[in-house]
Design a protein around this ligand. Sequence first.
Ligand SMILES: [Zn+2]
Length: 416
Amino acid sequence: MSFSFDITAEVSAGNGAAARTGRITTPHGLINTPAFIPVGTKATVKSVLPESMKELGAQALLANAYHLYLQPGPEIVDEAGGLSTFMNWPGPTFTDSGGFQVLSLGVGFKKVLAMDSTTFRSDDVIAKNKDRLAHVDDEGVTFKSHLDGSMHRFTPEISMQVQHKIGADIIFAFDECTTLHNTRQYQEGAIDRTYAWAIRCLDEHKRQSDARGDHPYQALFGVLQGAQYEDLRRKAATDLGAMNSSGISFDGFGIGGALDKQALGTIVGWVNQELPREKPKHLLGIGAPEDLFVGVENGIDTFDCVLASRIARTSALYTMNGRYNVSNATFRRQFIPIDESCDCYTCTHYTRAYLHHLFRGKEILAATLATIHNERFIVRLVDQMRESITSGDFKELKAQFLGRYAIRPVSSGDTA
Ligand SMILES: [Zn+2]
């Protein structure tokens, strides 16, 4: 067996939820959970060598099937020997299904899903000055490439074929990713479609696994939608948790789609009450420090998010005292590390003044050093959560961290 998940410790957090530690075994190695999985969208964490990612403690990386499908194409990754060999990352890898990317093209919204449900609701809304680039039907999604405007189509079958060729250890079912702007009626339809697509993903995954039996085992995670609605989230969890087709069931689950920041813990709590306890749970696209605590205390095992590296390139840095922008004039003469308690390569070798200078001078090294720090900060924070569950100090760690950490306004947006 080349994929397994073992729970090693569990701490009740009330409401039936439990924070837990565990170990995911994949053909490319182990992941001790809870773990933060940095994102390398196009089979690279922008500006950082794989060796540096290893050194800063990343246990696995997640790439995007949509981007690799468009370029270089899944056949190239397959011929190279799979994602891990292609990108020179010997450890475990994930790919998402492409559902989020192709569908977010549909509405032209931010690259990070909105996390505020208090805004207006409409199924026809698209962002200002954007064309609708994707259309959903019951069979799949037709979309226009953001690279050259060419037309493409993703179906559950195509997503599975693409992800098998890319060859990551953990892959995700193709789902219809909705936004908080969609109406309740639309969310109901999306749940039904995601259910039907999940069965088709299992069937195609079985076909691909059989046809490519000489390749390392790939674990398939089902993806739960349902936005902020309790009945829809519970239904999605019950249905996908029990789903079995072509003699197989999901190896784990991704909680995806529209997640209202205020209700994040509640939503994760609902689905974890319905999902099989013994399978790993991944929270898709969530990575802000305060949200990671909420996820872990509600039983999430792995997270991925592009935020840490994306904001790093806009000079926004995490510290124990909150997030700040090192380009600001205040930092020009600060000859101290970004965060004195951080053990990363950047903090042990460079000062705030130097990073300030690099960003002001538009030097490429700025992105590298800032990304190393931000990724280390988040990876280490989740590592500390894991250790605190084992030692029984999770609540103390959370109180201590959030007591100091404050979200500071950042001049550049999260969508850069
Ligand atoms: Zn650092």
